[in-house]
Design a protein around this ligand. Structure first.
Ligand SMILES: [Zn+2]
Length: 136
């Protein structure tokens, strides 16, 4: 799986802020200026929207060759997470072993200090995801 290039700026580090099109109610993250479905009808109608911090793993990959600054973290897990509100985002999954992650696993957002992760890549934005522990 190819990891896409990551958006670099998040207006609020402690919430996932996307936008909702007031015309069709779809939610986007990262934020867009125009709704790709509504085009002109959405101009001026894209409102900030605080996304749910919960979702499920849509797909994931285990990284064995670290980016610079991540040498002591491999292997680490990058996942595409389907949020409850609809958008998919790419994030690291922490606090578990790669074999614990499954497609469909429930995850929730957690925050980590940015400083301990160096400056490269994904970890930049301050949020990661952890598996939701189910009580069985
Ligand atoms: Zn729309």
């Amino acid at each position: 799986m190819q990891i896409p290039r990551f958006w670099r700026q998040i207006p609020n580090r402690y919430n996932l802020i996307g936008v909702q099109c007031e015309n069709c109610k779809k939610v986007y993250f990262p934020p867009r200026i125009v709704c790709p479905d509504c085009h002109r009808l959405s101009i001026g109608k894209m409102k900030q929207y605080k996304l749910s911090d919960k979702g499920v793993v849509h797909s994931y990959t285990v990284i064995y060759e670290p980016a610079e600054g991540f040498e002591n973290q491999v292997p680490y897990i990058m996942a595409i997470i389907q949020l409850e509100d609809g958008p998919r985002i790419t994030a690291q999954i922490v606090d578990c072993n790669p074999e614990e992650v499954k497609i469909g696993s429930r995850v929730e957002m957690v925050f980590r200090r940015l400083g301990e992760d160096g400056k490269a890549g994904i970890i930049y934005y301050g949020y990661k995801f952890a598996l939701v522990k189910t009580q069985t």
